[in-house]
Design a binder for this molecule. Structure first.
Ligand code: SF4
Length: 335
């Protein structure tokens, strides 16, 4: 059976159920790299220039972790998946960059996706990819339909049941990606609700963000993420702030930030990658919005390779203290 490797980085958090379904429908076995570790990050970082953003460094490490473990690596070059909304240039060059900096990686399946070129181009690209596994176009079509349905189910699951991608992937594939937790008999009510905004590959890579979600949940905070909002909520909040999205992740950053600043959260934390051009623009918009509204505290955290765990913990503690003080003051005013 042909083994297709998928690096657990970048677009993995958004599309894994869809990609897995497509390849399995075509009779392939899907292999995923393990969760990020310091060794994975360091190995990836050693292959690229220092200025490269943290998620791309981690991606290279995941590619190296899959070398020798699969027959092909799936690395699409995704320019756009929504009309006139674009990915950052790093995504476009991902297959070429991988070939250049990790020559030991298995052959790459590198499909080009740009919805602005029209549906015909998209179908041809999918068919070309599927032909690596079968000559039967009907089988490729069926695999593509099943993959799309798996993607819709994944998105629905997250917004309907307030799950983040790790929890939804676990639910769908019944893996042990998230440690199963037995609910306590008398659950402690959350101290407050904190919304995290940012790219999924920053929010859900626990090594990169120093277990931010885990820290918040352990301290009894309810965590909200962009995936818990519907596409309509994200779109309308983005439209209110900037008229419409230009970058692919603008709705997850600007839209989710705008929405949670207005309702549903006691505090909003924006997670950014050092050296990311789109992030610096998008997070600034949310920051300005928070300053104008003055209703919900906002903090941005910039992550890079050398970000110390203690630094993240200290900033988080200070932010949560401030939220607690604010809640106490509000309670006193009400009395
Ligand atoms: S959007 Fe930013 S963090 Fe993501 S790949 Fe591009 S530069 Fe890196």
């Amino acid at each position: 059976m042909i083994k297709v490797g998928i690096p657990r980085a970048l677009l993995y958090y958004q599309y894994y159920p869809m990609w897995k379904t497509f390849f399995e429908e075509l009779g392939a076995e899907v292999v995923v790299s393990p969760p990020t570790t310091q060794a994975i990050l360091s190995s990836g970082s050693s292959r690229v220039v220092a200025e490269t953003c943290l998620p791309v460094k981690a991606f290279c490490g995941h590619v190296l972790a899959l070398a020798g473990e699969c027959d092909y690596l799936f690395i699409p070059a995704i320019r756009s998946v929504k009309s006139r909304i674009y990915n950052c240039s790093k995504f476009l060059g991902l297959p070429d960059m991988t070939k250049a900096v990790t020559p030991e990686s298995p052959p790459i399946l590198d499909i080009d996706i740009d919805i602005n070129q029209g549906k015909r181009e998209l179908y041809q690209a999918i068919y070309k990819l599927g032909r690596r596994f079968t000559w039967n176009p009907l089988k490729v079509r069926q695999a593509a339909i099943a993959a799309w349905q798996a993607h819709l189910k994944y998105m629905q699951l997250m917004s309907d049941q307030d799950l983040n991608p790790l929890q939804a992937i676990e639910r769908i594939s019944n893996t042990t990606e998230v440690e199963p937790e037995t609910p306590p008999d008398n659950p402690t009510p959350p101290q407050a609700t904190i919304a995290l905004i940012g790219h999924p590959y920053l929010l859900y890579d626990e090594h990169i963000n120093h277990r931010l979600i885990h820290r918040l949940e352990k301290a009894h905070y309810k965590v909200l993420t962009p995936e818990m909002l519907t596409a309509e909520e994200l779109e309308s909040a983005t439209a209110r702030l900037v008229g419409g999205a230009y970058w692919t992740y603008e709705e997850e950053v600007v839209g989710a930030g705008g929405h949670y600043l207005e309702s549903g959260a006691d505090g909003v934390i924006g997670i950014m990658a050092f050296g990311c051009g789109p992030d610096s623009l998008m997070m600034d918009i949310v920051h300005r919005r928070a300053a104008r509204l003055r209703t919900t505290p906002f903090m941005s955290l910039t992550l890079e390779e050398h970000t110390a765990e203690a630094g993240v913990a200290t900033r988080l503690e200070a932010f949560l203290d401030m939220i607690q003080r604010r809640k106490r003051r509000q309670a006193e005013v009400c009395v």
